[in-house]
Structure formats: C-alpha cells, structure tokens
Design a binder for this molecule. Structure first.
Ligand SMILES: [Zn+2]
Length: 466
C-alpha cells in the first residue's frame, strides 16, 4: 500500500512538472489547502534535504552492539550522537542522570529433592546459594508468618493479595534464607520485587502446578529439601545520559518563544542490537537535526535522544521533571520516534497518551495526507518517551509501526531488517510536520494544552509486582 502510494506521488509530481512549468505545485498556506495527495513546494524543501542513506548508515553504526542503559556501550553511543550533532554545527549537551538499576542474574536454578525445576527470578532479587527444607506459608502475609520460625528454611509462598516484595520481606523477617513463590494462574510468573532492599533473600518463581505439587508433598508430612541458586544479580546506582541539541529561532526578533521537541531513545534491551528499537528513531532525530539546521524558523527546535527508556522512561522523565516550569510551558510539541524502520512491522501509526488528537497528530496527519494521500492514523498508547511530555499536558505523540515486527527485543533486531522506504516515509512526514509549525509562515493550528491524563505506573513493564 505504502509502496503504491509513494509511486503515485512521484508520478503526480512529475505530471505537475510537465504541465505546470514551475516544476512543483505552488506553496499553500500551511496545510489548510492540502489533502490532494501531493506535496507543496514548501514540503519539497524538506523532502529534498532528507537523505535516507544518512539515517540508514547511522542505524548500521549504532546497532553494532546492544546499548543497555548505563553500560559502556550506551555511553559510546551517547558520544557518537553528540559528535554527529556537532558535525552538523550544533552544540550538544550531554545530560547525566542517576537511577537505581538491576542486572538480571546469569544463573537461576532450583532443585527440589534432586529434581530440577525451571524457575524464573524476580527483578531486584539478590544473588545467593541456599539449601534448606521447604516450609509452606500460604500467601506469606504477616498473619501467615506469625509465630513461625523459618531459620535456615526456604519459604514456599503462593502468589496473591500482597506484593512479591512484601512476601519476601515477611519471610526473611521470620528467618527464611530463600523464597519460592508459585503462580496462582497458568503460565510462568515474571515478577519484580518493586525495588532493591538489603533485607531481601534470593527469590525465584515456579508455576502453579509445581507449587501445588510441593504443597501436597508437605501436607503429607514429607520433608522436602530445596537448593536455590541465583548468581550474577546486582542492584546498584547507575548513570545514564540524554543528549540535547537545540536550534534557536533564526531571527531573535521573530522568536515566538515556543519549543518543538523531536525525540528518541538511544538505549536498547540486553542482548538486542536494537537496530529498529531504537537506533532507527535516533538516526532519524539526527538526520532531521541536520536537515533543519539552516532552515528559517521562528520556533526553537530541540532534538533529544534519551537514555534508559527501556527501564521505564527514566531519561525522558528526568528531562521533563528537571525543566523549570517556565521552560516546560514553552514546549508546544513532542514528536517521539521509536521503532520507525522495520521492514517486517506494519504501517505507521501515532500514539497519544489520552488517545485524543493534538497539535502533533494534526500536523502529521496534514503532512502524511499530502505525502501519501491519506492521513497517518492515531490512537491511544504509551510505552515510550512521549508519555512524560503528554502527562505534563504537552501535545505529544509516538511514531511507530504497528503491529510490531517479530524481532522486537530480540538478538535479531539487526540492520538487515531495516527498510529505507519506511525510514524515508516517516522522516518526511515528521520533518514536514515540524517545519510546517516552526517555519516563519506557519498558518497552522495553534498549540492547545492537553488534559493531563495519568496512566497506570506499571504499564511500561512486562513484569508484575503482585
Ligand atoms: Zn523503544
């Protein structure tokens, strides 16, 4: 579909060139007169400047290794992004921020009376090797543990009612040296203890069937001995970085005082080269910064790549939360690019925090209508760095292809799955939308404050807390 539309667009431009003499359709007032499925000469300024090979090559460079937040590899990417901004003539700021991080264990083992189970660990479990007799303590509430001495034992606890973190603390307070929590539904239990705590003991999860079998054995009076091993888990303070490059308005006298942000995250999940997630968005932010550098604008354009997105939007939250109120009020739009180039994903969509249209979706629908003959659709969605902006009432949208590609968060997220055609499409839609607003002769919609809409805090995590 997109391929066909792109070809059609080129044909129409050619037709205009043949008949119009000027070679291009005349500029229109913003996008008000648009919707004919062809670009304006105004748009053409951006289209002509975007070089998709620059985006592709930067993805190829960045995806050589995973870029997990606060690792050397992420920092190398930060330095590269900074140097790229500088090569376009920007001054780039590297903004450090600290967070409490967890490294998942490399070894998680559990054997019960010699049988090997396949447990999962909990986020924020400490490492340790423990052997002891199992003691079943129900849901692991304070009342379940009252008067019980679990010294030297491993607590067997059922999921439910209170958080995993509280279950582990209650058992540890009663003397347990390790904790096994079994699911209360089918499937694996992938959980988090919520935050690190020195009082935690090593904790793993098993399935409901495995847990019930152990409870039955214990009920029959059997002595069940378990050996629990968690190695390589580590919780500590870490430092990640955002990279910020700003293009001030061309003419100080025509500064409208507003800021449009174009953002991405540069970190990846462990084990994934993150070509699409999110070297693609990062390379596109870089290219749009290069394209816009010498364009005449009355709006500040701020290009930012964030760290530690994959750990819960930490970099973007830090950025937004540390802006003075006055500075925050100047930001009228956030175009957030996350996963914008996979050949194996679906079509481009926009996601806003509250599911409503806003300045960003209005601008991008207008530009995509002109480019592709149909507006890019939008809907509600979180899970990326537009959320902290949207929650502050700023018009913000995530640009992403839906459905996601099968390589998402896997070692297969590599450069060979990247489509230049998709990259070019998104870069043009966003580039034109941004320029539409930031250029001197913008006739488009004015920014409006969104209603602040709080999302459930744990929607960025795939793991449960209880
Ligand atoms: Zn991402």
């Amino acid at each position: 579909m997109k391929r066909f539309i792109a070809a059609l667009t080129v044909t129409m431009m050619f037709t205009f060139g043949t008949f119009g003499g000027s070679g291009l359709a005349q500029p229109v007032e913003g996008y008000k007169n648009a919707g004919q499925g062809y670009e304006t000469a105004f748009d053409q300024r951006i289209i002509n400047r975007i070089n998709v090979d620059n985006i592709y090559n930067n993805i190829e460079y960045l995806q050589q290794t995973p870029r997990v937040a606060a690792t050397e590899e992420e920092y190398a990417a930060v330095q590269y992004i900074k140097s790229e901004f500088e090569s376009y003539g920007y001054e780039a700021e590297v903004q450090p921020f600290e967070f409490f991080g967890f490294t998942a264990p490399h070894t998680v083992e559990l054997s019960v009376n010699g049988d090997h189970l396949n447990p999962l660990s909990f986020t924020y479990t400490p490492s340790g090797e423990v052997t002891g007799n199992l003691k079943y303590v129900g849901l692991g509430r304070v009342v379940d543990l009252e008067g019980k001495n679990l010294d030297g034992k491993i607590a067997l606890i059922q999921r439910g009612e209170i958080s995993f973190g509280d279950k582990v603390l209650n058992a540890a307070n009663a003397g347990a040296e390790g904790v096994i929590i079994f699911n209360n539904t089918t499937g694996n239990l992938n959980g988090t203890l919520g935050q690190a705590n020195d009082k935690y003991v090593p904790a793993v999860s098993i399935t409901q069937a495995q847990g019930n079998a152990l409870v039955t054995q214990l009920d029959q009076g059997e002595v069940v001995t378990a050996s629990l091993t968690v190695l390589g888990a580590e919780s500590s303070m870490r430092t990640s970085h955002n990279v910020i490059a700003s293009k001030k308005p061309t003419n100080k006298n025509k500064d409208n005082g507003q800021v449009v942000t174009v953002t991405s995250h540069h970190d990846s999940v462990p084990g994934s080269p993150g070509a699409n997630d999110n070297a693609s968005g990062t390379a596109m932010v870089l290219e749009l910064a290069r394209v816009m550098k010498n364009m005449p604008t009355d709006t500040e354009l701020r290009f930012i790549t964030f760290g530690a997105e994959e750990l819960g939007l930490i970099g973007s939250r830090y950025y937004v939360n540390n802006l003075p109120e006055k500075e925050l009020d100047r930001i009228v739009a956030n175009f957030n690019l996350d996963m914008v180039g996979s050949q194996d994903a679906g079509d481009l969509v926009m996601r806003t925090v509250n599911g409503q249209s806003n300045l960003v979706t209005d601008l991008a629908q207008a530009s995509s209508l002109r480019l592709n003959g149909e507006p890019t659709p939008f809907g509600q969605g979180g899970s990326s760095d537009h959320v902290p902006f949207g929650e502050k009432g700023i018009s913000a949208a995530l640009f992403i292809h839906s459905p996601l590609e099968p390589w998402y968060h896997t070692p297969e997220d590599t450069i060979d799955k990247i489509s230049k055609e998709k990259l070019e499409d998104v870069a043009q839609i966003v580039g034109i939308a941004v320029y539409d607003y930031a250029s001197f002769d913008n006739q488009g919609p004015k920014p409006k404050k969104q209603k602040v809409h709080n999302l459930p805090a744990d929607m960025y995590h795939e793991v449960s807390i209880r």
